[in-house]
Design a protein around this ligand. Structure first.
Ligand code: NAD
Length: 509
């Protein structure tokens, strides 16, 4: 079952060369370095991605730098019109974007369409750019003096994105950044680059000038060049905690504004009075949906008191009915993991959990699959304790750990002592307990009977503690804040009543 990924393409099938998109056109890579792209459902190599060298990154940044001045001066009316067109094109092409997501990430098509829908929310928010960019104005701060503030764009902004939401996470960034008058260089994940390329092509088709959005593919070489490039003013990053910390520290040291969203270990607290069917349904979809490869996935269920046995039983029952298969099959509810290496690492965590004393209620390693896709069954671990590796590490796969505690207080203390603080949820029928939890939960996004509380596009997204570095969360109002800097103007005009010709201005003001 766990065959190593084939390095060869399907016999007779072509391996697509995936180019950069620089200055309005698709540009084949020139570095000579490439990285394979796989279809995780078959294990076959389907693409070869060009990995940029420093010169290619510089070309992308130069294109964005050259486009910045004219774009900054483009009227809000024109920017809005183009953003609406882009929104329509993404909506019209939602199925093709989703198809590319499934082909390279592995998530099931319905999930991929959901990703596009969540991305569209961010474009729709950016369409309101004229409203978001309204300044403030005080008349008569002093006699004859008015004070007003406007928000100005920064210049070239870079975005570095993870594999797990190859369309949505770029859409968290570049529509808002560009709406604000910046130009943007996107460096997507090298695992699933085709959906971001399509988004960039649609962006060009909408009529945005060349260079306003560039896409440069690559690995650490490209990222490092963006982090040090003197013409990059700000960096938005989403990915794992160690790389987020590195990006935050490196880009800040180079004088850039940085927001770096990172890994997670999201807890779902289930009180004894909870609707156990709702909690179990929610746990199954939030832990195993997208093969657990979501930064807002539930990876720990904290069962309080007598909720434990009922919850574990209800989740186990549901796992046996879960249909795991290729994302293109409409019957599949969960697809493969993104790479063979990642699948094997997740399977290894199950073994570690068993060794460390967790009860393996459902063992994903037992599931059988045909072919060479990167599939793994779902795992349910019970009686997990905070000292275990499976509790301490971000596994980022279809593994749900159940920690049992006696009281609500122990549950919130557990959340508080965890190094991450992305999302947290509570399941209860008690409004007072829920209200208490919304204050107590040590996390940036909290759900009440909602397992994955990803904020809508007109709020902002971001975690606490090791789940985010930098002080501004992403998209929504905080996105506009991040992608602009304030300019405050103080203006005095001589009173016209003092002019030599009397035009009848009042003199007593
Ligand atoms: P990753 O950190 O491996 O990669 C993210 C980006 O960083 C990619 O573009 C990659 O090319 C680049 N990168 C990787 N290694 C690098 C290095 N050594 N130096 C410079 N750049 C490097 O993350 P991933 O595996 O693609 O994504 C999964 C992770 O992202 C998980 O930890 C998940 O929790 C996190 N994530 C967080 C959020 C959030 O909003 N907090 C959202 C999605 C994903």
């Amino acid at each position: 079952m766990r065959a190593v990924a084939s390095e060869a393409p399907v016999s007779g099938a072509s391996v697509e060369e995936i180019p950069h998109l620089i200055d309005g056109g698709l540009r084949p890579g020139t570095s000579g370095r490439t990285s394979p792209v796989f279809d995780p459902a078959t294990g076959r190599r389907t693409g070869r991605l060009s990995l940029a060298d420093v010169a290619e990154v510089d070309a992308a940044v130069e294109s964005s730098r050259a486009a910045f001045e004219a774009w900054r001066e483009t009227s809000l009316a024109r920017r809005t019109k183009l953003m609406f067109r882009f929104r329509e094109l993404v909506d019209d092409n939602a199925e093709e974007i989703a198809r590319r997501l499934t082909a390279e990430h592995g998530k099931v098509l319905s999930d991929a369409l959901g990703e596009v829908a969540r991305g569209l929310e961010n474009i729709e928010f950016a369409c309101g750019l004229a409203e978001h960019l309204k300044g403030t104005y005080n008349e008569r701060a002093s006699s004859g003096v008015d004070v007003y503030s406007v928000r100005r764009p920064l210049g070239v902004v870079a975005g570095i994105t993870p594999f797990n939401f190859p369309a949505m996470v770029p859409l968290w960034m570049f529509p808002n950044a560009i709406a604000c008058g910046n130009t943007f260089v996107l460096k997507p994940s090298e695992r699933d680059p085709s959906a971001p390329n399509l988004l960039a092509e649609l962006f060009q088709e909408a009529g945005f000038p060349p260079g306003v959005l560039n896409v440069v593919h690559g690995d650490k070489v490209a990222v490092d060049r963006l982090l040090e490039h003197p013409d990059v003013q700000a960096v938005s990053f989403v990915g794992s905690t160690p790389i987020a910390r590195y990006v935050y520290e490196t880009a800040s040291a180079n004088g850039k504004r940085v927001q770096a969203l990172a890994g997670a270990k999201n807890h779902m607290v289930v009180l004894p009075d909870a609707d156990i069917d709702l909690a179990a349904d929610s746990a199954v979809s939030a832990a195993y949906g997208s093969a657990g490869e979501r930064c807002m996935a539930i990876s720990v269920a904290v069962a309080v008191g007598e909720a434990g046995d009922a919850l574990v039983g209800a989740i186990r029952e549901r796992t046996s009915a879960l249909r795991i298969g290729p994302g293109v099959d409409p019957d599949s509810e969960m697809g493969p993991l993104v790479t063979a290496e990642h699948r094997d690492r997740v399977a290894e965590y199950v073994a570690i959990g068993a060794d460390e004393g967790a009860t393996v209620v459902v063992d994903g390693r037992d599931a059988e699959f045909d072919g060479e896709g990167f599939f793994l069954g779902v795992t349910l671990l019970d009686h997990v304790t905070p000292d275990m590796t499976v509790y301490k590490d971000e596994i980022f796969g279809p593994v749900l750990s159940v920690v049992r505690v006696d009281t609500y207080r122990e549950a919130v203390d557990l959340l508080a002592s965890n190094r991450w603080g992305n999302g947290a949820a509570i399941f209860t029928r008690d409004g007072g307990a829920a209200r208490r939890f919304q204050e107590d939960a040590d996390a940036g996004m909290v759900g009440i009977n909602v397992p994955i509380p990803v904020p809508v596009g007109y709020h902002s997204f971001g975690g606490w503690k090791d789940s985010a570095f930098g002080d501004t969360t992403i998209y929504g109002p905080e996105g506009i804040h991040f992608y602009t800097r304030p300019k405050v103007l103080t203006a005095r005009w001589p009173d016209p009543s003092g002019s030599r010709v009397d035009l009848g201005f009042p003199t007593n003001r």
